[in-house]
Design a protein around this ligand. Structure first.
Ligand SMILES: [Zn+2]
Length: 275
């Protein structure tokens, strides 16, 4: 399968789906992590022109470690809008990759770039099949299977996962992906949290710090969403400790049984109702 994970910034794919991308790449699928913006304002000191280059290099290194491909588009960070221009670019990109599966943000999210990115992917999900839209790239035979990556926002509707990927076996790989994004993990995010002075200088020490800093956050989803998977977990004998959750976007096509079995650890069987 061709799996395209489209985030707004160079770290979103790794943060929300990094473990799954590693597992899917290990199975032999073509996995692409796309950042629609170039991440050029996400730092308290480094100038945007220089930061853009750093972010591209870090995303490449992360992808090298994870066994997938990184693509960083050139829209400025903090200014992404769901315009026709970007819609054309996303449609062309999904067609060139012959996308079977697409992941993105939900369009209700704290960050305006995340919201715009979610809308852009939603808008592209059907148009990839329309030959006279963006006619320079041949249309796809069918829409991809579209998924939202996890978030904790409650309004207008909370994230409600259909699928879970148990990434416990590859959690060390996920830490490695994030460690490659050092200008974010060891500089920008700690600065935002007023914790910059706590980051160790030594490379080994700071990897340990990274894990200690974020470990509870990465364990949290399995506790939070466990009740939704109660029935499925009765016959599941592994840890379900670190889990990435995904919600199907209704604008894409329905997945096949093969795709569900290949991509996910657990699928939540949703009641069909009585009618
Ligand atoms: Zn982001």
């Amino acid at each position: 399968m061709n799996i395209v994970c489209i985030g707004a910034h160079p770290d979103d794919a790794e943060w929300y789906a990094g473990g799954s991308m590693v597992l899917w790449a290990e199975k032999g699928h073509n996995v692409y992590a796309v950042s629609v913006t170039n991440g050029n304002i996400g730092h308290h000191e480094i100038e945007p022109q220089k930061l853009e280059k750093i972010r591209r290099a870090e995303a490449d290194e992360s992808a090298r470690r994870g066994g997938y491909t990184s693509i960083v588009l050139n829209y400025p960070d903090g200014s992404l809008m769901p315009t026709l221009e970007v819609r054309h670019e996303i449609v062309a990109l999904l067609r060139r990759f012959n996308a079977d599966v697409v992941l993105t943000h939900r369009p209700c999210d704290y960050h305006p770039d995340h919201r715009a990115c979610g809308v852009l992917v939603q808008d592209s999900a059907f148009l990839v099949t329309v030959p006279h839209f963006c006619p320079e790239v041949p249309a796809l035979y069918q829409s991809p299977f579209c998924l939202y990556m996890m978030d904790m926002f409650q309004k207008p509707t909370p994230f409600t996962p259909n699928f879970a990927v148990d990434i416990s076996e590859v959690i060390d790989r996920k830490w490695e992906l994030l460690d490659a994004m050092s200008s974010q993990m060891y500089e920008w995010l700690p600065w935002l949290d007023h914790q910059l002075e706590q980051v160790p200088k030594d490379i080994t020490d700071r990897k340990k710090w990274l894990r200690e800093r974020w470990d509870s956050l990465f364990r949290m989803p399995s506790f939070y969403f466990r009740p939704l998977f109660e029935n499925e977990l009765q016959s599941y004998d592994k840890t379900f400790e670190y889990v990435e959750f995904f919600e199907q976007c209704e604008y894409g096509r329905a997945p096949s049984r093969f795709e569900i079995a290949e991509l996910f650890t657990l699928e939540r069987k949703i009641s069909q109702g009585i009618i």
